[in-house]
Write a protein that binds this ligand. Sequence first.
Ligand code: CS2
Length: 481
Amino acid sequence: MPADLPNLTRKKGPAPKAGIVHLGLGAFFRAHGAVYIEEAMEKSGGDWGIVGVSLQSPTMRDQLAPQEFVYTAQELGPKGETLRQVEIITGVLVAREDPEAVLATMASENIRIVSLTVTEKGYCHDPATGRLNRQHPDILKDLDYELPVSAPGFLVRALQRRKAAGLPPFTVLTCDNLPENGRLVKGIVLELAGLIDPDLASWIEADGRFPATMVDRIVPATKPEDIEALAAKTGFKDAAPVLHEPFRQWVVEDEFVEAYGKDARPDLGAVGVQMVANVTAYEHMKLRMLNGTHSSLAYLGYLAGYETISETVADPILADFVKALWRREIIPSFTPPEGVDLAAYADALFERYANPSIRHRTWQIAMDGSQKLPQRILGTVRDNLAAGRQCPGLGTAIAAWMIYVGGVDLKGNPIDVRDPLAAKLKDLSDAAQTPGEKVAALLSVDQIFDAKLASQIRLDLEASYILLKADGVQKVLTDLG
Ligand code: CS2
């Protein structure tokens, strides 16, 4: 990017007053929740500026600060693009550098919502049970010290300060792809709070609110070449643009802290957010239909040598595979939200995957599989088996994940596996000799698989594992029919 380009600056006036703290200021939230919230404020008013918090790295703060915390959201349709300058972020704090500033902001009076996109692993829970992982090193620290390091630690310590100051709690609005994410984060917060101070836990339970949400928009990581291309187009320097597809959906349970009355939340319903009493059916649909096939295509596509999801579904064998997966294994496994036609939803998903302007890497989606598999794939398999249906397609996807976490692709090249359990998974796979032993070793990881499911799927996974290694992805998928 030429050094002499001017920085982006605010065009819509001074930064709004903050009403929200957002933990985990990644590309997804900046392309999804932040845009909805900005639109809601433009439409209906309110003080809903967002203080972003990066838990670990200062990069986002350092990129956004010189450009007054504004950035470009670049919408990439199959046939064209549009640009929006987003001005809702009022500042960015880096928790690791200054946890006190983060807590003080979360505990300040005008903050009524703390939203989160900290990824699955950021909740420090056990993915198989959904409960707080009390042995997690960050949780052990947060029990000992008042300045936290984990997302649950920040929520609990900030709520503790609000209670001490006589302020109502904030609403905790989780926007991560976890099943019943509101109930999950509530359980984690109450458990941690209870270990610190049982009265605090009772207060949070009575007055706190944890609406569940379903979030959807495909937002691949921004690459250096995307930044260059945008600068060439606009003539401005934007170190942190976000690139996203046109589609978006946000379904939110309308359960916000009552003490704030009508000021408890932005007017999200006015800008197309679906405000509902219960999100569970939407969550099931999205986690199983979208994220379940995304992960399946990520492992199989990666092993087939494809870099992106759109390249993967351009292969007719993988396209047929994913369509059959929806029809035969995923759609029969759950009850859809009222009035939703799942076949049409699947068709729309396929079109979204095929959008060639969105370069969503299989490697990116393959990350953190140990945290993603239970809610994306294993629940579907469990429900099908209980109803007497087999899951050959999802079984093949799980076997592909097993090969992937073994760290060597089908051509013998190393895989850069990113996962909190990466070392453990690789050690288990390496220590076992035969495919059958490798599959059994990986199935024994009880943070991911329960013993019953493991015993039900072991033989099928072993067969798929052997076939994938011997014949390659396309042949195995073709034989599935
Ligand atoms: C993807 C999701 O990276 C992943 O694991 O499956 O980020 C996906 O793109 C979003 O959930 C779409 O809403």
